[in-house]
Design a protein around this ligand. Structure first.
Ligand SMILES: [Zn+2]
Length: 180
């Protein structure tokens, strides 16, 4: 079932009430902040994500709007050791509860395991997906093993040099004995 929901302007109450998940393929270019973290241009990259909503009853008050966001992707980041591209898997799986205003969010945040979002008539869910992916980025992206040797400083280069690479002492002698 396809629906024409705009992830940047969602009526979250209606979305949760309807209960039909939103499955999106968003071009990375539409997430400008995230796109800046990428190694080199990646015009074809798309982010696959999913949102599902539900209403949960709470006695005495209106039902709460809950939304679960899931995203799984792999982004080409810059390895901070060799400066090459390192494919980095990112995964987001997070529940949110919507509250009426900022004051309630502040008051209930500490006591809530889920994240709280403030309801707006046209909620930008895509921005939340982008925020979560940005937070999921590693602080220092790095290969487990870099495909090329990192550049050593002079001292380290000597230490790293294997024994066999050193000229054999007799090789130097042989040079001296060579007839002119
Ligand atoms: Zn590397």
């Amino acid at each position: 079932m396809s629906n024409n929901l705009n992830a940047r302007r969602l009526n979250m109450s209606a979305f949760a009430q309807q209960g039909v998940p939103l499955v999106e393929l968003t071009p990375l270019q539409n997430m400008e902040r995230l796109a800046q973290e990428i190694h080199g241009p990646a015009p074809d990259l798309v982010i696959n994500w999913r949102a599902s909503g539900e209403l949960r009853e709470r006695s005495g008050v209106e039902d709460d709007v809950w939304v679960r966001l899931e995203a799984k992707t792999s982004l080409p980041l810059t390895c901070q050791r060799c400066m090459g591209t390192v494919a980095t898997a990112l995964e987001v799986d997070q529940w949110y509860r919507f509250v009426a205003d900022e004051d309630i969010a502040m008051a209930e945040d500490d006591a809530s395991e889920e994240d709280l979002l403030v309801m707006t008539p046209q909620f930008d869910l895509l921005a939340v997906v982008e925020d979560e992916l940005l937070m999921a980025l590693p602080l220092v992206p790095m290969h487990e093993t870099c495909p090329v040797s990192p550049v050593f400083s002079a001292g380290e280069a000597e230490l790293a040099q294997p024994e066999e690479a050193k000229p054999h002492p007799f090789a130097a002698l042989a040079q001296l004995k060579k007839p002119k």
